[in-house]
Write a protein that binds this ligand. Structure first.
Ligand code: ZN
Length: 73
């Protein structure tokens, strides 16, 4: 059971996990603080290439993820 992303939205800056630079790749692929949001948008692993340069549908998923994570990249 998963709550809507809006309910568990994190505070601004919460994406700063301190592990490495908060690059687009890190945020989209690896940041542990965004695991839940990431799984909601991409239930299975998706290449960064697809997230940034995929079809319109894929790009909309990326936008949804960034929005639900409260990020501006
Ligand atoms: Zn991070």
């Amino acid at each position: 059971m998963t709550a809507p992303a809006a309910i568990k939205k994190k505070a601004p800056g919460a994406n700063d996990c301190g592990q490495e630079d908060q690059t687009a790749e890190h945020i989209l692929q690896r940041c542990p603080l965004l695991d839940e949001e990431r799984k909601e948008v991409w239930p299975s692993p998706t290449p960064l290439q697809t997230k940034l340069y995929g079809s319109r549908q894929e790009l909309e998923k990326t936008t949804t993820f960034i929005t639900s994570a409260g990020l501006i990249v």
